[in-house]
Design a protein around this ligand. Structure first.
Ligand code: ZN
Length: 145
């Protein structure tokens, strides 16, 4: 089988940050890398699950809601994929930072009832916000914003 594009990234040199992974059929796949791959420090399950709920809700209600194809966690728990229709990296980064800041303002986890979620007890809003704050610091330190 052919190697898929996300496996072509050299994870031994990949750092925390915001990356454009691939573009296919007008869909831009962004890599929101919260943690250094194989760094021994991963987003805890409850936090990554909560970030998924927070960010997906915020970004699907914001300025680029019509361009959002998908947002979800990486199985390795080092970050997230954000798939956007026709949004270049500069705008995607601005909108992502904006959405992450809005996530920090939420006091409730959207969609976290038994009816709405597949594992509604596994959430941690405080830890999720801590991870988001740490990631925002990484993005602010990088020269891209
Ligand atoms: Zn859920």
């Amino acid at each position: 089988m052919e190697k898929i594009s996300s496996f072509k990234i050299d994870h031994t040199v990949h750092e925390k940050g915001f990356y454009l992974g691939s573009v296919a059929n007008g869909i831009f796949t962004y890599d929101l890398r919260f943690k250094k791959p194989n760094g021994g420090d991963y987003i805890p399950n409850a936090a990554i699950h909560t970030i998924e709920h927070l960010f997906a809700t915020v970004v699907r209600n914001g300025e680029i809601k019509d361009q959002v194809v998908y947002f979800g966690p990486m199985g390795c728990r080092t970050g997230f994929y954000l798939l956007l229709n026709g949004i270049d990296k500069e705008r995607a980064l601005i909108r992502s930072v904006d959405a992450l800041k809005k996530c920090l303002e939420l006091t409730e986890i959207p969609g976290a009832s038994e009816k709405e979620c597949g594992n509604y007890k596994e959430h941690d809003l405080n830890e999720a916000k801590k991870e988001i704050s740490d990631y925002l610091k990484i993005l602010e330190k990088s020269s891209t914003i």
